[in-house]
Design a protein around this ligand. Structure first.
Ligand SMILES: *Cc1c(COP(=O)(O)O)cnc(C)c1O
Length: 450
């Protein structure tokens, strides 16, 4: 305990946390992690918690996975880092080949970066510059969807559409054309998903009719919008989006940072509808949740538009100090090997079925409005009134209250407003998944009260 207090005091003095209101943060007994093991986190007090959000949607095989640890140690015995500006390194080359092999057809080139936000920045800049090289500099707009989250850097915030993250930076951002994401529980057009015939797609059609000729790209979170509150796309919707983009020659950016690497029960979420985007951004699970490597995959068409003599100014001027980090790429390769060896994507589908069955238990809870599940991505939307879908007053911090309950019971989860998010590591063993689901159900039952 003494040790905990010492770290807490130091944190209070020196640390500013991401996406965290610091005013009373240190009074809420923050967990200070010392180590991890499998699906467990252990804090400096020796308390153990289930990692119920995969350390913010990243973790795949658990913590301290011998195969991943060994791959990194082996690479460390060779070199930790060297630049990719004008040169290459072995794991980055190997990983690029693997990513092209496992991603949707047509994505043949890999551009590395350090975070999901940067992978999105790269897709935005490439799409924008692509049309200049193609002789269509007028194609410079971006279409995005309500509730979109694509990262926290300025370009990524510009194509984002969550006002909470947007508002403060308004004048620094470029404008976008916004169309609705199919949030069926709160349909913006007041339709029913069974009968609507994707009515909201009509608004995308209209936007393309009005702006298609001057639009560089559309960006979308395939199958599940994450930060908006785990909003599940209806089956087949993404295919229609792809077809519309093709019709208007608007490049499609599929942001798979959250949903990629097995999370939805396919290696990439685009596979559910057989979609090949023009750009696929990925990060988070790429290294199994170990190291900050992300990637932007694109087509030969885009790549070739950037080829030219140096003085033609077609070069893609982007790259960071740690781009293509060999340790991270080595971890990613070992991560992908383990996907194969453990047939993890199939297991995710089985776990989805299990989660659907177990969470039925919450379906009649007076404050559970909607339960959304894709693979091992779960969002439980809490409401004050099920009949009217009226939300709780924001000041009740209901999502946070439920997550606090879960923590008291030994599992770390983090809400998105009043959506309780449950995203365990993909390789969570059966018994642990059962125990984690028990805690989740109890936390909602006991925490969500009027
Ligand atoms: C998390 C996330 C990002 C940003 O990734 P970072 O690694 O946090 O920069 C981008 N897009 C989506 C869909 C995400 O969920």
């Amino acid at each position: 305990m003494e040790r905990y207090l010492r770290f807490l005091e130091k944190s209070r003095r020196y640390v500013w946390n991401p996406f965290t209101q610091m005013k009373d943060f240190f009074d809420q007994e923050p967990v200070i992690v010392e180590r991890g093991e499998g699906v467990w986190l252990e804090d400096v007090r020796g308390r153990r918690y289930y990692d119920g959000v995969s350390s913010l949607w990243l973790n795949v095989h658990g913590h301290r996975v011998p195969e991943l640890d060994r791959a990194i140690a082996y690479q460390l015995g060779k070199i930790a880092h060297c630049t990719m500006l004008g040169q290459l390194n072995v794991p980055a080359v190997e990983l690029a080949e693997r990513l092209v092999e496992i991603s949707p057809p047509g994505l043949n080139k890999v551009f590395y970066s350090d975070s999901g936000a940067e992978a999105v920045e790269i897709a935005i800049k490439m799409a924008y510059q692509f049309w200049q090289h193609m002789g269509h500099p007028e194609k410079r707009k971006f279409i995005t969807m309500t509730g979109a989250y694509h990262g926290d850097t300025l370009g990524a915030v510009s194509v984002g559409a969550i006002d909470l993250y947007h508002r403060a930076y308004g004048a620094l951002l470029f404008e976008t054309v916004r169309v609705p994401y199919p949030y069926c529980y709160r349909c913006p057009l007041n339709q029913e998903p069974k009968t609507c015939g994707f009515a909201c797609l009509h608004l995308l059609s209209q936007a393309l009719e009005a702006h298609g000729g001057e639009t560089a790209a559309l960006i979308v979170e395939p199958e599940m919008q994450g930060a908006a509150g785990m909003i599940a796309m209806p089956d087949g919707f993404l295919r229609e989006v792809r077809d519309l983009c093709t019709r208007w020659d608007v490049l499609m950016i599929a942001d798979e940072v959250a949903v990629g690497f097995g999370r939805t029960g396919k290696m990439f979420a685009c596979e559910h509808t057989g979609v090949s985007p023009d750009f696929l951004t990925c990060g988070k699970g790429l290294t199994g949740g170990y190291l900050p490597v992300a990637a932007t995959l694109t087509t030969d068409r885009v790549y070739e538009a950037f080829l030219g003599e140096p003085w033609e100014e077609k070069t893609f001027y982007h790259g960071h100090s740690y781009t293509g980090n060999p340790l991270g790429c080595a971890a990613a390769l070992a991560n992908l090997d383990l996907f194969d060896e453990t047939q993890l994507v199939d297991r995710v589908q089985k776990n989805e079925a299990y989660l659907r069955k177990r969470l039925q238990k919450l379906i009649d809870h007076p404050h559970v409005g909607d339960i959304r599940i894709k693979g091992m991505m779960v969002g439980i939307e809490l409401v004050a009134d099920r009949a009217t879908k009226e939300p709780f007053p924001a000041r009740r911090l209901m999502g946070a209250a439920v997550c606090r309950k879960a923590r008291d019971e030994g599992m770390i989860i983090r809400p998105l407003g009043d959506v309780v998010v449950f995203m365990p590591p993909l390789a969570t063993p059966e018994g642990d998944l059962e125990a984690m689901t028990d805690i989740l159900i109890r936390a909602v039952e006991e925490g969500a009260v009027s």
